[in-house]
Design a binder for this molecule. Structure first.
Ligand SMILES: N[C@@H](CCC(=O)N[C@@H](CS)C(=O)NCC(=O)O)C(=O)O
Length: 197
């Protein structure tokens, strides 16, 4: 059985939980509260020296961090990774884009508003501008497409739905992105996701 160290307020951690649940992979979940710096204790740093969740410990005791690396490992050989080489590369394109051009804006805006108590008007305008640009890019990609990479649900959808479905917490109005809204509902139903957004 694998162990997932995660904080349920974190979309990065929920990606891992949803992937494991969808694939029927048994896991033990250990709550790590990021708001109480529980990622920085000597015990946790011994498992992941980067001091971040999600972190998993695989059967046999090997640790693995970084949400997208973890879901890639869990989904190895499953339909969540397209068999077609081009579609698989498109999935990777979205995974890398999520970490560099989406999560640093959409997730950080949410964290600052919801957990640090900042007003949306006080956010760094760069967060707002780049978060909105990421949502627009997603909306354009999903206009006429059910999922991000190929015809079915893939890790690209799991990685990107995590913070997109919570974007309203950071002041982003998803009503401006109708194709994104329809896709969120599709991905939530397909996984399925039980957590409220
Ligand atoms: N790129 C990493 C980001 C991980 C990350 O930033 N984790 C946050 C929670 S979402 C964390 O552990 N923060 C606590 C800390 O840095 O001490 C991933 O995708 O797993």
């Amino acid at each position: 059985m694998i162990t997932i160290y995660g904080d349920p307020i974190s979309g990065n951690c929920l990606k891992v939980k949803w992937t494991a649940e969808h694939l029927g992979i048994a896991f033990t979940w250990i709550d790590i509260d990021v708001t109480k710096a529980e990622t920085r204790t000597p015990e946790f740093l011994a498992i992941n020296p980067a001091g971040q969740v999600p972190t998993v410990v695989l059967e046999g005791g090997r640790p693995l961090a970084q949400s997208n690396a973890i879901i890639l490992h869990l989904a190895e050989g499953s339909a969540l990774i397209p068999a077609d080489a081009y579609q698989r590369a498109k999935m990777f394109e979205w995974l890398f884009w999520e970490q560099y051009s989406h999560e640093p804006y959409v997730a950080v805006a949410r964290f600052q508003v919801k957990y640090l108590g900042k007003a949306v008007a006080e956010l760094d305008p760069k967060l707002v501008e780049r978060g909105a640009a990421a949502l627009k890019r997603l909306d354009e990609a999903l206009t006429g497409a059910d999922f991000l990479a190929g015809v079915g649900l893939s890790l690209a959808d799991i990685a990107l739905v995590a913070y997109t479905r919570m974007a309203h917490d950071g002041g982003f109005d998803l009503a401006h992105y109708p194709a994104v809204q329809a896709w969120i509902a599709r991905v939530e139903a397909a996984l399925p996701i039980k957590e409220a957004a």
